[in-house]
Write a protein that binds this ligand. Structure first.
Ligand code: HEC
Length: 137
């Protein structure tokens, strides 16, 4: 009788250990799935999408977008681009309405490539850059 209960205890222990190991394996499998998340403020290497801690893509500020994607042409008026700060060159364009300007900047117009040099810009970022250019005119 004594031996029998010892055997039962050993069986329980074996089942428990076996399950314990399986559980550990399952957890480590789940943990080993590599997910690369690049948080705001960290160096992301080649990744171009920066995530904020709340998970949404961070919009660049208007002057950042302008500097990276628009200044190359709009600072000096390359290829007939209306220059930032040049009221005369912007007057007739502003008269078309902001929506038309943003749409043309998004799709490209004449010598201007779609989204300028900011291929990964969102519509909101392009709109901010257009407003930035206009408000400085
Ligand atoms: C490669 C040069 C180049 C770059 C880069 C560039 N533009 Fe332009 N942009 C032009 C040229 C040229 C025009 C004039 C096009 C025309 O009217 O024929 C223009 C015109 C515009 C206009 C006026 C559109 C209209 O309907 O009259 C807006 C707004 C504009 N650009 C916004 C932007 C923004 C915002 C950026 C950056 C995200 C940008 N551009 C980058 C060359 C450029």
């Amino acid at each position: 009788m004594k031996n029998k209960s010892a055997f039962i205890i050993i069986c329980f222990a074996a089942v428990f250990l076996f399950n314990g190991k399986k559980y550990e394996e399952a957890v480590s499998e789940r943990l080993s799935t590599s997910v690369a998340v690049c948080l705001e403020g960290q160096s992301c290497g080649a990744a171009s999408i920066v995530m904020t801690s709340n998970g949404s893509a961070a919009a660049r500020s208007a002057d950042q977008v302008y500097a990276v994607g628009c200044a190359a042409c709009h600072d000096a008026g390359v290829a007939g681009a209306p220059m930032k700060g040049n009221v005369k060159q912007w007057e007739s364009r502003i008269a078309k309405g902001i929506d038309v300007l943003v749409n043309n900047a998004w799709k490209g117009i004449g010598g201007m490539p779609a989204k300028g040099l900011c291929a990964d810009c969102s519509m909101e970022e392009i709109e901010a850059a257009v407003n930035y250019m206009i408000s400085s005119s």
